[in-house]
Design a protein around this ligand. Structure first.
Ligand code: KG4
Ligand code: ZN
Length: 342
């Protein structure tokens, strides 16, 4: 019998609910973005985010279930990583609905959901593969061998890739969120205008560092202004983007080759980036690697990926009780702490 899963996602600044049949059949995916509430601050303000989730999550769930006419068979909810106040709103609603509808509840790791989101379009996932998850809060490469078998291969040692985009964009006066703004502006700029450092390109591992690049952009601009020789913003943005993405593309391909993985899968908000998509596609093709690039709506935060992974975790035997808690620092591949599964 088909299993209809209600997914609930509130880990950062999008309130989202989705209904998915049997892990891959997308019925609805409603996302209420808070981006306008955080714009003036140039980043997500945790207190504002949590309050906005309280206001929007019930209408978002109602919309996701509209026209279905019956209760779902399972509820999947993000328990981490993310902002503690935002996560608490999601799991509180999920627990209340699971109790009142008397349906099972399953916990989902947000990063693992990003790594697996492509299954909603490919309908089946062949393991193993290398996942590149790049978002506002995370930059991680992981070997995915199954829903319960994921291992971090490399990650950022400081800022996340999306965070670097957002901070550099604010500094260059391009606004928030910075990723889409820099993506757009860079199309008119020269990526070789400023030779920004390719941080950790030769570190011998698959980790990343992005805070030095952000500082290099600021120092470069300060000096250029002092000397009265400021290049076009599009050139600076495009050069920053090239420096950041070149390292990501090279390390992603090298990690797949070193681990003998034949397929790369992208996920997270920065996976919407047009240059990253193009460069990674070219690099994968040159090296004989298959590449899955989910549609942008499945790259940015959404509950469809949560419902989908929730279904596969349920099939693998996972269940959560009403004592379920949130884990703001949950790592990809980590077991959700004992006592939450039964
Ligand atoms: O996955 P996501 O929606 O939320 C988190 O879990 O963080 O990712 C949001 C991040 C933001 O930093 C935003 O600037 C970035 O994804 N982003 C992009 C693009 N679209 C969104 N970064 C680069 N290029 C884009 N086109
Ligand atoms: Zn995310």
């Amino acid at each position: 019998m088909a299993v209809q899963v209600l997914g609930i996602e509130t880990s950062c600044d999008e309130s989202s609910a989705s209904l998915v049949r049997d892990g891959t059949g997308l019925i609805s995916n409603v996302v209420a973005s808070q981006v306008d509430l955080h714009r003036d601050y140039g980043g997500v303000v945790p207190e504002i985010a949590a309050r906005a989730h309280v206001e929007s999550i019930i209408p978002v769930i109602s919309e996701a279930l509209a026209g279905v006419g019956e209760r779902p068979d399972l509820i999947a909810v993000t328990v981490g990583p993310g902002l503690v106040g935002s996560l608490v709103v999601g799991i509180s609603v999920a627990k209340g609905l699971a109790w009142s509808w008397d349906v099972p509840l399953v916990a989902v790791n947000h990063l693992e959901a990003h790594a697996m989101a492509t299954v909603l379009e490919s309908n089946a996932l062949e393991y193993p593969f290398l996942a590149l998850v790049v978002s506002g809060g995370h930059t991680v490469l992981a070997e995915v061998r199954g829903v319960d078998d994921m291992e971090i291969v490399g990650e950022t040692l400081d800022d996340a890739l999306g965070e670097a985009y957002d901070k550099v964009s604010m500094y260059l006066g391009l606004g928030y969120p910075g990723g889409p703004a820099i993506d757009r502006v860079s199309a008119e700029g020269r990526s070789d205008a400023v030779p920004f450092p390719r941080a950790m390109m030769k570190s011998g591992d698959f980790n990343f560092s992005l805070s030095g690049l952000k500082t290099a952009v600021i120092r470069f601009m300060q000096k250029a202004k002092r000397e009265g020789d400021v290049p076009a913003t599009a050139d600076v943005a495009s050069s920053f983007q090239a420096a950041a993405l070149e390292v990501v593309v090279v390390k992603t391909v090298d990690a797949a080759l070193e681990r003998g993985l034949r397929k790369v899968v992208m996920g997270g908000g920065v996976a919407c980036n047009s240059v990253l998509r193009r460069w990674l596609a070219e690099a994968c093709e040159e090296n004989g690697l298959a590449l899955a690039q989910p549609s942008p709506s499945l790259c940015t935060d959404n509950a469809a990926m949560v419902a989908s992974l929730g279904y596969f975790r349920y099939k693998a035997g996972h269940r959560s009780g009403l004592e379920l808690d949130v884990y703001p620092n949950l790592r990809l591949g980590a077991t959700i702490p004992r006592g939450q599964e039964g």
